[in-house]
Structure formats: C-alpha cells, structure tokens
Design a protein around this ligand. Structure first.
Ligand SMILES: [Zn+2]
Length: 203
C-alpha cells in the first residue's frame, strides 16, 4: 500500500538532524482514516502518511487553527505476551501563541507512543502502564482520532519567543520578573496550596 514511489523522489530532501526514531522519508500520501487494526497487527504492517492539521477540530480548540500536515508512522504488531499494539511516531510543525506577547510562533511537536488495543473499556485496566489503551470497536479504528489525541497530549504547556524575537520588549520582562531572569512569577491565587496556607494563617 505504501510502497510505489520512485526512490529518488522519496529521498530528494536533505533532512539531516531528524528524529532519532527513524530517518523519515518525505511522506506524500494521506494516512488512511479508518483501518482494521487487528488485521494490520497480525500482518505486522507499518502505515506511514500525512494527516492534514486543518481538519482536526479538537486540536484547533486547544491550540488554535493549524495548517500543514502531521507526519505519522504507525507500526502494528503483536508482542510476546500476545498483546495487539501500535508503536507510533508523529511529527508536526504547529503555530502556538507565545505566552508573553500572544503572537503565534512555530513550534515543532513530536511524540512517540505505544498503544494497546482493547475491545472493551473494561479491558484497558489489564494493560501495563507502558501502554495507552485504544478502544477498537467492530474491528475498526479511526486513525485520525488517534493522531489528534496524541497531538493534543504532546502540546507544550507554554511556549515563549526568545527574548530578542518577542513582541514584549525585554526591559519590560525584567521589571516584571523582579530581575531574577524568570518571567514567570505565579500569582499566589494560582496555587491552591498557597491559598490554603493563607487561609490557615488567618486563624
Ligand atoms: Zn512573544
């Protein structure tokens, strides 16, 4: 399914310093949205392809509307214990708002993940902690949902421009951060324990 492109086309881009996981060829085909994962695992198949980011609505809610593609590699396999699993890797260039100035900045997001297939949510508890459960209904799995879930889990908590690139000038940061080099001075109210101890202190 994924074979067929001429070698010189697939290797035509200079991509040194890529992921340590594998040397990703330049992907050009879309990842299929619906697959039968138990069959793929039985055949130890690898699926590689792109997922268009602008179609991922939950991601847009979390991180703003995105463009471009996510590159995905999924290895379907059965491990020594007979578990049907998916070993995955994804990579995407997102645009996320800088925490200081709110202007979107490019942010590379990558994730390696290990999924254990279950046919019933009750069986998820039997998976070891190393495996995230993925529910397979009627032999079918929606890969776009899987990829979107992983992307959302992989989002950084906060991103900042480098000081020189930020639209909030550095001298403003210094005055705010009380000169300790950290722009993040969490307000006491953000910390439930601080609130708690403040309350205790009043008695
Ligand atoms: Zn900024």
């Amino acid at each position: 399914m994924s074979e067929g492109g001429p070698q010189e086309l697939r290797q035509g881009f200079d991509t040194d310093g890529g992921s340590a996981y594998h040397c990703a060829p330049m992907l050009t085909s879309q990842l299929p949205s619906r697959v039968e994962p138990y069959k793929l695992a039985a055949r130890h198949e690898r699926l590689e392809g792109l997922v268009a980011l602008d179609g991922l609505k939950r991601l847009a809610e979390e991180a703003g509307v995105q463009t471009g593609d996510c590159q995905v590699t999924l290895d379907f396999t059965i491990d020594a214990q007979g578990r049907h699993e998916i070993r995955g890797f994804l990579e995407a260039q997102l645009r996320l708002g800088c925490r200081r100035c709110l202007v979107p900045m490019a942010q590379a997001v990558t994730s390696e993940f290990l999924l254990g297939m279950v046919t019933d949510e009750a069986l998820a508890g039997e998976l070891p902690a190393s495996h995230e459960p993925v529910l397979v209904k009627n032999e079918q799995l929606d890969l776009l949902t899987v990829v979107e879930d992983e992307l959302i889990l992989s989002l950084p908590q906060v991103v900042y421009h480098d000081e020189a690139d930020c639209f909030v000038p550095a001298h403003q940061l210094v005055s705010k951060a009380d000169d300790d080099g950290s722009a993040e001075a969490p307000a006491a109210a953000d910390n439930p324990f601080a609130v708690l101890s403040a309350l205790k202190g009043k008695k």
